[in-house]
Ligand binder design. Structure first.
Ligand code: THU
Length: 135
């Protein structure tokens, strides 16, 4: 098992970002932080909408910010996704599909809710995925 201690900074930043979540409907706040290999941080929080399906999840916002700043999958060291829920906020199905295209298969995805911490990757979260390789 990889040492979670080295991800303390991005976990802390993700928890701080959690406070910025706009979640008036679910009241469930999520924060995310991407760490690039050159040491930059890109954050995201979930932003909900009265038309619920238009909600953007925290990790999607963080990865889109990363790409919007010119970074690509091979530039990404890790991503932290956190919440204060009673279980870990594991990426929803839509986010897994986005992440499988925008992250390397084995890039660490660090999950925390303060009580439980886990490191996974998109290969594990979305096996047998449909991607650009299939087109
Ligand atoms: N949510 C995230 O932002 N990321 C996750 O990994 C799980 C779910 C958000 C979407 C919605 O705003 C709220 O959490 C409840 O589903």
């Amino acid at each position: 098992m990889e040492d979670i201690a080295k991800y303390k900074d991005i976990i802390d930043i993700a928890f701080k970002t959690c406070e910025n979540a706009y979640a008036p409907y679910s009241k469930y706040k999520v924060g995310a932080c991407v760490l690039t290999k050159d040491g930059k941080h890109f954050i995201g929080a979930n932003v909900e909408n009265a038309s619920y399906g238009l909600t953007n999840c925290a990790e999607r916002n963080a990865i889109f910010q990363t790409y919007s700043n010119g970074y690509r999958k091979n530039d990404i060291e890790a991503i932290a996704i956190v919440s204060n829920g009673k279980t870990l906020a594991t990426p929803c199905g839509a986010c897994r599909q986005v992440l499988v295209e925008l992250l390397e298969e084995n890039t660490p995805i660090v999950l925390s809710n303060h009580k439980i911490e886990k490191i996974t990757n998109i290969g594990e979260l979305l096996p047998m995925s449909f991607t650009e390789k299939d087109l």
